[in-house]
Write a protein that binds this ligand. Structure first.
Ligand SMILES: Cc1cc2nc3c(=O)[nH]c(=O)nc-3n(C[C@H](O)[C@H](O)[C@H](O)COP(=O)(O)OP(=O)(O)OC[C@H]3O[C@@H](n4cnc5c(N)ncnc54)[C@H](O)[C@@H]3O)c2cc1C
Length: 386
């Protein structure tokens, strides 16, 4: 079934992304990122040069001005994931969907001038740090504090599981600037690489996404100048997070749909080339039925996700809609990839194969960006109120 959300400009952009992937997403590059546990800076700079990152940066700061149009970002996800480059898709997503939007939406003019042009070129890598060792789902339970002092804040605390955390030049950090856990007790503050007392900690060893860094961060009496408080005023951090989290969840839904589609296509190709009992395995009725189910799941998934992309473009994607999309897409992705692994037989378990890596990458989609249990809370609470 064809999709309706893309026009000629998007298809022209798809060619640019395909070209980029061919040039910079080689097996050698992927193996290098996996060995180092991070996408290297040269690749990020090349992506900036080709206009593949910085899509959400406003045009006046050197980006593509597509903050409210997720179709271009969807194409980046589709093409990188289809090429078996989940880690690259992840690194690009953190920059464009998690870090840039906080500056683009809420930054002061000076903050935008200082950070956004470099984020569009890949010279500056951003990250978003909310989760702590003791608080993930319960964000208002964080303990990292930013205490007001003359000219700035002293930040103390720790964050964990931060994507791009080891490579980031600047981290949008969720901190407590007030007492208690009322929404106005929290702020977002920019903590810069190299600030005294800021330690990037160690990269965490993960089940999947081996080519993209995830790190612990610690802050020990870090002096952060007051001009780094996002938006220039205290007490807005929680509301700022609530405003951007639907985009984060949409982005996970899109990545999940792209991975499900890729998994289906890899499996179709594989079952045509693999023979058993003197015939390609695609000829067994079980294989055909499974492939049919996988395709139906992928096509119906895109219909749902594409509608969410449109709603986001119309500024109508609510927290509940984004939560539903995240649940549906990540759970269907898991089923499709699991089936893909099965139809690959033993090779499906070998990480040289895209299907095995995508399966391992996918597991976290139901956990990060808010677990699917928390997503169900969001949807269910709204239903109970209605
Ligand atoms: C690879 C990776 C990358 C990540 N990247 C980032 C990042 O860039 N920035 C960032 O800030 N964070 C990031 N995270 C953190 C991620 O968002 C959290 O792990 C996630 O929100 C869950 O928090 P937690 O791990 O503390 O689990 P917990 O909150 O301790 O939850 C444990 C279990 O309890 C369940 N649970 C909790 N509360 C409820 C409830 N009220 N009702 C029902 N069930 C509940 C959860 O659903 C889960 O199953 C990342 C995590 C991973 C693994």
């Amino acid at each position: 079934m064809d999709r309706k959300i893309f026009d000629e400009d998007h298809e022209a952009f798809r060619d640019v992304v395909k070209e980029f992937v061919k040039r910079f997403g080689t097996n050698e590059a992927r193996e290098r990122w996996e060995a180092n546990g991070e996408v290297d800076r040269e690749t990020m700079l090349a992506a900036g040069e080709s206009g593949i990152i910085g899509l959400s940066v406003p045009e006046e700061f050197g980006g593509a001005g597509m903050l409210q149009d997720y179709r271009f970002r969807t194409i980046v996800n589709e093409e990188t994931i289809r090429a078996g480059l989940g880690s690259l898709a992840g690194a690009f997503g953190i920059q464009d969907d998690l870090a840039v939007p906080y500056l683009a939406h809420f930054g002061t003019d000076a903050q935008k001038q200082k950070w956004l042009p470099g984020m569009a070129t890949g010279e500056i890598i951003g990250a978003l740090a909310m989760t702590e060792p003791g608080a993930g789902s319960d964000l208002r339970g964080i303990k990292t504090t930013a205490k007001k002092v003359d000219g700035g804040y002293i930040v103390n605390g720790a964050k964990t599981f931060i994507s791009s955390g080891a490579t980031a030049d600047v981290v949008v950090t969720f901190v407590k600037t007030g007492e208690g856990n009322r929404p106005d007790a929290f702020s977002l503050i920019l903590i810069e690489n190299g600030m005294e007392g800021f330690d990037h900690g160690k990269k965490l060893n993960k089940m999947g996404f081996h080519g993209h860094d995830t790190a612990e961060l610690s802050f020990s009496d870090v002096f952060v100048p007051e001009e780094n408080l996002i938006g220039g005023a205290e007490g807005h951090g929680f509301v700022q997070l609530m405003r951007n989290l639907p985009l984060e969840r949409l982005s996970i839904g899109v990545a999940a749909a792209a991975a499900a589609e890729a998994g289906f296509l890899w499996t179709l190709e594989y079952t045509k080339s693999r023979e058993a009992f003197g015939q390609p395995i695609v000829g067994f009725q079980n294989t055909m039925f499974r492939l049919a189910d996988m395709q139906i799941t992928v096509e119906s998934l895109w219909a749902y996700v594409d509608r969410a992309i449109e709603l986001y473009g119309e500024q109508k994607l609510t927290a509940e809609e984004a939560a539903k999309v995240k649940i549906w897409a990540t759970e269907r992705e898991w089923e499709v990839l699991d089936q893909g692994v099965q139809l690959h037989g033993g090779y499906g378990y070998i990480t040289e194969y895209n299907i095995a890596r995508a399966f391992l990458d996918a597991r976290v989609h139901r956990i990060y960006g808010g677990t699917n249990e928390i997503m169900r809370e969001i949807v269910g609470r709204q239903l109970a109120k209605s």
